[in-house]
Design a protein around this ligand. Structure first.
Ligand SMILES: [Zn+2]
Length: 394
């Protein structure tokens, strides 16, 4: 962190931050510390939106934002940093403009790239005091954790799904007067098998939920940087929006943790896709010839009058949103027990929303001898875009 005693506030900033300056816990010292601070936000999405806006408004000096995505209409339900006029723009650019509209004094550094083992250390070399994890996938969470532990940087963690959220602070070394605590690997030593934990894109999320969880993260970040209060270290905050309940779990550092333990075995970044089982081995048949069928090819096959059995393996609520005519519906987790309703001789085409879950089902079916089972590439959404726009994309 820059030396806050070298940081001065302008007259405009005295005015802007006056509600902070009159609180004894913050005061001139706290505000100058915030201005001296650099935070790296990983992800400019649901969590990144409230984080980016409130941290900027609060007067953090420098915000780095990493995100490789562009703004999509499905984002607008919760990613309030982006608006209608930002559709198709890179999220980092939309975020930078919104932040500068809130507070010109904040320096924004954008990284339009996915975080990987190859670039995260280089990004951290730009001098960040604290990292906030606003991502939604396991490889990035483990990557962020390990990089922060190796560099000794606090990592403010949050995750969201449907109506439930989690937040905690991983402090790999004493920081600003606060004692170190456990890391993400102490909490989750091994990643779940791929496909076991659905993402928000697959399972949905209440649009308001990331606001609550992101602002817990933002609160923890400014407390850590100012050195005030009791940080959320060694405690996992669980939030249930449906029941409107907060609970806390105590977390302990694991002395045998492979990265933050007493005798660490992970001393540099690894391949996190492989670590989380995403390296292609999980979908044994995905490389097979004829594993996938293009939406247009399926359309031509159906128009040609060829017999095709369409299998929809989504969830019942998705079946209510959209369907392909004549499709048979068996939800993904029921396929195994209802497989006798299918015929191995059939030309089977399986679809879901994006073609990810259905690819797992096709692999499973091929293992059982359904040699002609194929996956609809891009799922029903690709069908909507490329073949029949009357089927709503969602
Ligand atoms: Zn650990």
């Amino acid at each position: 962190m820059k030396d806050w005693q070298q940081i001065e506030l302008t007259h405009e900033e005295y005015m802007r931050y006056s509600r902070h300056l009159i609180m004894p816990e913050v005061g001139m010292k706290g505000q100058r510390k915030l201005k001296a601070s650099s935070i790296l936000l990983i992800g400019a999405g649901g969590l990144g939106s409230p984080l980016g806006m409130y941290l900027a408004a609060a007067g953090v000096g420098r915000l780095g934002i990493v995100d490789h995505d562009v703004v999509d209409r499905t984002n607008l339900q919760r990613q309030v940093m982006h608006g209608e006029q930002d559709l198709d723009r890179p999220k980092v650019e939309s975020a930078r403009d919104r932040i500068h509209d809130l507070n010109r004094n904040v320096e924004v550094i954008t990284y339009r790239e996915p975080v990987t083992s190859d670039n995260l250390m280089r990004i951290l070399d730009d001098g960040y005091d604290l990292v906030i994890d606003g991502t939604d996938n396991f490889p990035t969470r483990y990557l962020t954790n390990d990089a922060c532990v190796l560099r000794g940087i606090p990592n403010v963690y949050g995750s969201i799904f449907r109506f439930e959220g989690q937040a905690t602070v991983f402090l790999p070394r004493d920081f600003n007067g606060f004692l170190r605590g456990p890391c993400y690997r102490c909490l989750y030593p091994t990643p779940p098998p791929p496909g076991m934990v659905p993402s928000c894109a697959e399972g949905g999320v209440l649009g308001i939920l990331p606001g609550v969880v992101g602002l817990i993260q933002a609160t923890e970040a400014v407390k850590l940087l100012m050195g005030i209060g009791e940080p959320l270290v060694g405690r996992l905050m669980l939030y249930d929006a449906l029941e409107m309940r907060f609970r806390q779990l105590k977390l302990k550092r694991d002395p045998n943790c492979p990265v933050c333990g007493d005798h660490p075995t992970v001393t540099e970044l690894i391949d996190y896709q492989e670590f989380c089982g995403y390296a292609g081995t999980t979908n044994g048949h995905a490389q097979d010839a004829g594993f996938q069928i293009e939406p247009k090819e399926l359309k031509a096959t159906l128009d040609d009058g060829q017999a095709v059995t369409l299998l929809d393996c989504r969830e019942p609520v998705e079946w209510e949103i959209s369907q392909l005519a004549g499709a048979k519906f068996i939800a993904m987790d029921e396929v195994a027990e209802r497989v006798n309703e299918l015929d191995t001789a059939d030309n089977l085409v399986v679809y879901c929303r994006y073609g990810i879950r259905s690819a797992q089902i096709v692999s499973f079916l091929r293992d059982l001898g359904f040699a002609k089972a194929r996956n609809l590439r891009g799922g029903i959404n690709a069908w909507s875009r490329e073949v029949d726009s009357r089927v709503p994309e969602y």
